[in-house]
Design a binder for this molecule. Structure first.
Ligand code: TXA
Ligand code: MG
Length: 331
């Protein structure tokens, strides 16, 4: 069993495994990461193999201390310093120009690099104890739902990883916000727990997200990411109940992910209730999608949350889950 408790002994064992080039899955405040020492191309290649991830999809390098940034990035702009001061340690990844000396395996061959100082105490202890920077994508198979518990990691990767450090469920539940600072203006490549308004409070202007050019660089921005295996059909809230009834009337099984409460008259429906607030919804989302996937053979119906700034990251992941599962948006 590769799951290990995050005791001082467990963390020391995991740090040793990292140092010797093995793969270690560990908790962060966003999702579980699949870590390897970032300065060892052989160790880094193991990540790509374990995930089934194309070699040109760059990894995020996780640091214990913001001061280590100059080992990995060159010409660090003042915007990076300001964002690091405001949000590190925390769920923010900065894209910067990669330092000359860095082997490009970790950047997927690109001339830029993603860097984050995670806020989770176990992640921080692990990276500090290892004494090396840790390259870590989410600890799922390529294109699948990110893991938010140690058990999810085991489901995804099993024996491909030496140790899975158990830190309980992730607090945020969605991947870090990614901000590209290598262009003319700062740009959000992936919305996440740090919202645009918080970034703008530090930076002033932030360019619009999601250009086609960035999509080729960041799999997190591919339309078909974070996908359950069962086709997911998304409905505006007012249309949900009627759609559920229609499925029931056809004698089909329905599994529903919704913030509203079920109609007591409905039979044969599995109702997975979603939390009301965006933060708690985000924290629960990936576990619920995995649960929904266990009801394969059933029609998966999703109630769309509101289209407000608080829901941007959640709606982004839901949209990708709809596309990636081969489902549809029903309006
Ligand atoms: O919250 C997170 O960011 C988690 C935890 C483990 O830290 N990590 C994570 O990694 O989500 P991953 O690999 O699943 O997603 C990272 C995203 C990918 O879409 C990748 O393409 C993008 O970051 N990325 C990394 N380096 C990049 C770069 N140099 N330029 C553009 N995108 C980059
Ligand atoms: Mg990922």
């Amino acid at each position: 069993m590769p799951i290990v408790e995050s005791t001082p002994h467990g963390i020391a064992q995991a740090a040793q495994a990292l140092r010797s080039g093995e793969l270690v899955a560990f908790p962060t405040e966003t999702v579980y990461g699949l870590g390897a020492r970032a300065d060892d191309p052989r160790a880094v290649r193991r990540i790509f193999t374990a995930k089934g991830r194309p070699a040109d999809h760059p990894l995020i390098v996780h640091l214990a201390d913001p001061a280590h940034i100059t080992r990995w990035a060159r010409d660090v702009p003042p915007t990076a310093v300001a964002l690091a001061r405001a949000f590190w340690p925390g769920p923010l990844t900065l894209i910067l120009d990669v330092a000359e000396a860095v082997d490009r395996t970790v950047t997927g061959g690109h001339s830029t690099i993603g860097i984050r100082v995670p806020g989770h105490p176990i992640a921080r202890e692990l990276i500090a104890a290892a004494g090396v920077a840790v390259a870590a994508p989410s600890a799922n198979r390529f294109g699948r739902i990110s893991p938010t518990t140690a058990a999810h990691v085991e489901e995804e990767l099993g024996e491909a990883v030496a140790i899975i450090l158990d830190g309980g469920p992730c607090e945020r539940g969605l991947e870090s916000t990614i901000v590209d600072l290598t262009g003319a203006a700062p740009r959000v490549l992936r919305p996440g727990p740090i919202r645009r308004d918080a970034l703008e409070a530090v930076l002033g202007g932030v360019a619009e997200e999601g250009s086609v050019a960035s999509a080729t660089r960041a799999p997190g921005t591919l339309a078909a990411h974070y996908a359950p295996r069962t086709p997911l059909r998304r409905f505006p809230a007012p249309a949900l109940m009627e759609a559920v009834r229609a499925v029931c009337e056809q004698g089909l099984a329905a599994t529903v992910l919704a913030r509203t409460v079920p109609d007591p008259g409905l039979e044969g429906v599995t109702w997975l209730s979603m939390p009301n607030a965006p933060e708690t919804y985000a924290a629960a989302l990936y576990a619920r999608l995995r649960e929904a996937d266990k009801h394969s053979g059933s029609t998966l119906l999703l109630e769309a949350p509101p289209e407000t700034p608080y829901w941007v990251a959640v709606n982004d992941r839901l949209g990708r889950a709809v596309v990636g599962s081969g489902g549809e948006d029903v309006s």
